[in-house]
Design a protein around this ligand. Sequence first.
Ligand code: IPE
Ligand code: IPE
Ligand code: MG
Length: 244
Amino acid sequence: MSEASTETAPLPPPAHIAIIMDGNGRWAKARGLPRVAGHQRGVEALRGVVEAGQEMGIDYLTLYAFSSENWKRPPREVDDLMGLLRLYLRRELRELHCNGVRIRFIGEWRLLAPDIVKLIEDAEETTTLNTGLTLIIAVNYGSHREIVEASKQIAAAVADGNMELDDIDEAIFAQHLHTDGIPDPDLVIRTSGEQRLSNFLLWQAGYAELVFMDVLWPDFNKQSLQQAVDEFHQRERRYGASSG
Ligand code: IPE
Ligand code: IPE
Ligand code: MG
């Protein structure tokens, strides 16, 4: 390979990008629209990002759609968000499946309305053998509860004599999280200017690069994703070692 072509070879994208999609409410407020209008446009942005992720060749894309704390919102807004999740699954499953996307959900989604649970089960089952992008949607997800539940399962295994105390290590612990089998995110993006994780992938993002962007989620597009990936490529990941 010539030197010139080595120089221009694009860097591989991060294998796993996770996004905290924030700012729908502020997007709507700035336009004098109801919050639901922001959430609707947020779904459009989500669609675009899934497409962009596929084009970029990302292996895993995790999207934070509804946190275990979002139940604190007015019932009407919760209903709107659940309605949009329903609509998304009903409308998009076919195309996602055709494009080879594998769908997985994390969070306590089994506690949602029975028809949504059914749609989620259907989406996961239909796409289980797909080998393209893995799209992970976090719904009714919160890391604190996930970690407590994992601890309880492990404690029960020890109490029942199915596991030795000394068998517990990071790998065993990770196997009891909702993300079992999914590599940790390399890059976590949060939109809307907020700089916090809001109970998202606290264990898994231990060594992720964090990119906070001022753009509100409904305005997030392919260029925004590329901008975050470019920022990721500027970073030096050291994992505790000295700078090389
Ligand atoms: C993100 O937008 C969507 C969800 C959390 C479900 P927000 O609804 O949090 O928007 P802001 O933060 O109020 O602008
Ligand atoms: C985090 O956003 C949850 C999702 C994006 C689904 P929030 O808007 O709920 O987070 P806080 O309340 O500002 O921390
Ligand atoms: Mg918010």
